[in-house]
Design a binder for this molecule. Structure first.
Ligand code: HMG
Ligand code: MG
Length: 323
């Protein structure tokens, strides 16, 4: 099947990336999954997860073949106590060659602490909605951009790569629907400041392939497809169809969280991201390369769910029986 699909590979001239032609359109042959489980997945946990468990989780994800693993955030421990072991995590995980271990930094204080702990890639995180920005990082959208500027400057001087997140790209828990134009304006600002990639966050998982289409039609006028990643929470069970819709636009970077862990402490009721196991299973079935060993990934998902005393939110993980 994979061989058959590869026969249909064509070159997408705009992104100069190889694409597979499927019935529904052109999709990339390779997808980089950004595993956000250790950060997005755990930040919402009420009980403090032992640092050793977080380290085992991250090492397991590296061994499973994930090439980008967001490991923690250097935010205020008063705001998110679960992430207060950030330096210990970054210093003690096994760093696999060719794997990137980005961390979230909301301000210069967080950036400096991350650099001290050895961060080689960071992410700033803003929002398309004013209310969410205030709840999440205690400032307006404009103030947040002013706060991020010195981080970008310092990071680029040190040759540290910076990813930019934009939350609430479809809907906000406080304001309702968000206009794609608002999102595109922030995408432009983040790219101008020097972010290499922008991850579009459907924080509360209200998007559908219909609203994602409207969003991408506008955003991809402001950015090249190679500069955009997608980050879909699965609250309404739409994460996978939304990822598929995004692949049809040529987007080839997808955020996911092992066993669908996660949520945002400032978006009550939102569930975790697309489960990495489900994303890999879907991509495997389409002949799209991810480099991830699904059996190892399933074991990692079972490990962390066991530690958190819960069932996996990944349907693939629940269904999968080893032969
Ligand atoms: P603030 O209270 O306005 O900050 O918080 P401040 O500058 O007034 O400082 C207050 C105290 O925090 C001070 O300590 C600072 O030193 C300390 P005190 O003097 O009171 O002892 N502080 C810090 N400590 C450690 N590290 C730091 C830091 N900064 C200040 N970096 C702040 C502003 C941005 C810090 C706060 O709002 C914050 O930490 N917010 C983070 C919230 C968060 O982590 N949200 C979840 C991540 S975003 C997300 O999940 C969405 C995403 O997944 C995409 C999607 O799904 O849409 C990315
Ligand atoms: Mg998120």
């Amino acid at each position: 099947m994979i061989q058959l699909l590869k026969k249909f590979c064509t070159i997408n001239l705009k992104s100069s990336r190889k694409c597979c032609t499927l019935m529904s359109g052109s999709i990339p042959c390779d997808v980089r999954i950004v595993e956000v489980g250790p950060r997005d997945g755990l930040q919402n946990e009420k009980q403090i997860v032992p640092t050793s468990v977080k380290i085992n989780l991250i090492n397991g994800l590296s061994a499973a073949g994930l090439k980008t693993i967001e490991v923690t955030s250097f935010v205020s421990p008063k705001w998110v106590p679960q992430m207060s072991d950030n330096s210990e995590i970054l210093k003690n995980i096994i760093k696999y060659p060719g794997v990137s271990y980005p961390v979230l930094t909301p301000n210069l204080k967080g950036f400096e602490a991350a650099v001290c702990a050895g961060a080689e890639e960071i992410s700033i995180f803003g929002a398309a909605s004013e209310s969410f920005s205030k709840k999440n990082i205690n400032c307006t959208v404009t103030q947040s951009i002013d706060n991020f500027r010195p981080i970008l400057k310092a990071a680029l001087e040190k040759k540290i790569k910076v990813r930019g997140y934009i939350s609430t790209v479809v809907g906000c828990p406080y304001e309702g629907p968000i206009s794609p134009i608002k999102v595109a304006k922030i995408v432009e600002k983040f790219l101008d400041m020097g972010c290499y990639e922008i991850s579009l966050g459907d924080t509360i998982g209200v998007g559908t392939p219909g609203s994602i289409k409207k969003l991408l039609d506008v955003v991809l006028k402001a950015a090249d497809v190679d500069q955009i990643a997608v980050h879909y929470h699965d609250t309404y069970g739409q994460a996978l169809p939304n990822i598929l819709k995004s692949l049809e636009y040529g987007i080839s970077v997808v955020d996911a969280s092992v066993s669908g862990l996660g949520g945002c402490p400032y978006a009550k009721g939102a569930s975790g991201n697309a489960a990495t196991e489900d994303v890999v299973y879907m991509l495997n079935g389409m002949g799209v390369e991810t480099g991830v060993d699904i059996e190892k990934l399933i074991d990692v998902g079972r490990y962390i769910c066991h530690e958190l005393h819960r069932n996996s939110d990944s349907k693939v993980n629940r269904a999968y029986k080893k032969i």
